[in-house]
Write a protein that binds this ligand. Structure first.
Ligand code: PEP
Ligand code: MG
Length: 319
């Protein structure tokens, strides 16, 4: 089976009815670019940069070290696009494993973009490193956990400031498209405002499910309630995809849902044409794409969206 999948590596990812589907890789380290290319990913849809920040005894990587890491990833992808996400520490990804977050609800606390905006100098160090790496390839940048319009304004203002700092220094940097992760229900509900400010969106289903259902994604005691097919989750995902299509802006899914081959048809039916996942999952998702006919998925997809228990329809044969 693995060998059979491996043969799909160079097969273009196109459905039976000719829809092109972009299959991207999630990476945690620059060296992971090799694994992404090995399975035929057409880019990196999520570079989780926080792994460069974690377990360093609280000492954060400087601009030069970050620049080298981002540049290595970009060059490793040999001209293919790389979406670099600004640091997403906190909650399930503490800066230091040994040092427990003492706040009562770390997942609702000072994490991700909130953490970055709490220290603008540190944030701009990362932004400058990313902008400089963009001189070496196709770089896009996105922000995790945005929920408030004020956070959007602040993040974009910091990007402008970072560019000004590089200009003042005469440093070389490249153009970047800017995107927002949609992983807080509030963001999904105001997706049109997000689309107005960004070039693209990426749905982080791992957190979107956690926050929509109030289920700690890392708590074994409630793991059985963590349901990607909860009708409320599907409605949020469907609305974001539809809003992106309406605005003519790309929407990707980069949470675990994108790498689950049992979800591929549903996501295609919802109109998704860009998936980002762990490289190990990419070829089984591609196999589903190659077998799918999106024209035949429309009616079934509406049925799934309207169902009380969508999981039953997913388990049964789909068109
Ligand atoms: C997500 O939340 O779905 C996501 C892709 O980000 P992370 O898993 O890194 O929180
Ligand atoms: Mg997330």
């Amino acid at each position: 089976e693995r060998e059979r999948l491996q043969r799909l590596r160079h097969t273009p990812s196109v459905t039976l009815d000719g829809q092109h589907v972009e299959l991207l890789a999630n990476i945690e380290q620059p060296q992971d670019a090799a694994a992404a290319l090995a399975v035929g990913a057409v880019g990196v849809g999520l570079f989780r940069t926080e792994f460069l920040f974690m377990d360093r005894g609280g000492r954060l990587p400087g601009e030069e070290a970050q620049y080298q890491a981002y540049r290595e990833a970009v060059e490793g992808m040999q001209g293919l696009p790389v979406i670099i996400r600004t640091v997403d520490v906190g909650a399930d990804k503490p800066l230091d494993k040994g040092h427990r977050d003492s706040s009562l609800n770390p997942a609702l606390g000072l994490r991700a973009i909130r953490w970055s905006l709490s220290d603008p100098g540190m944030f701009r160090t990362q932004l400058r490193a990313i902008l400089r790496a963009a001189a070496h390839g196709q770089v896009r940048m996105m922000f995790p956990m945005l929920a408030h319009l004020a956070e959007i304004r602040q993040a974009l203002a910091q990007v402008q400031l970072a560019r000004a700092e590089l200009d003042a220094r005469g440093a070389c940097y490249g153009p970047v498209q800017l995107g927002a992760m949609i992983e807080v229900p509030a963001a999904a509900l105001m997706v049109r405002q997000f689309l107005a400010h960004f070039d693209f969106l990426s749905i982080g289903t791992n957190d979107l499910i956690q926050y929509a259902l109030a289920i700690d994604r890392a708590d074994e005691a409630v793991a059985s309630l963590y349901d990607p097919l909860h009708p409320a989750v599907l409605r949020l995902v469907a609305d974001v995809i539809a809003a992106g299509a309406q605005a003519g802006k790309p929407v990707c899914v980069c949470g675990e849902m994108a790498g689950d081959a049992e979800m591929t048809r549903l996501l295609l039916g919802l109109g998704l044409r860009s998936f980002s996942m762990h490289p190990a999952q990419l070829l089984s998702v591609k196999q589903e794409v190659l077998r799918a006919d999106t024209r035949k998925l429309a009616a079934w997809t509406q049925e799934v969206l309207a169902a009380d228990e969508p999981a039953l329809l997913i388990a049964a044969a789909s068109p």
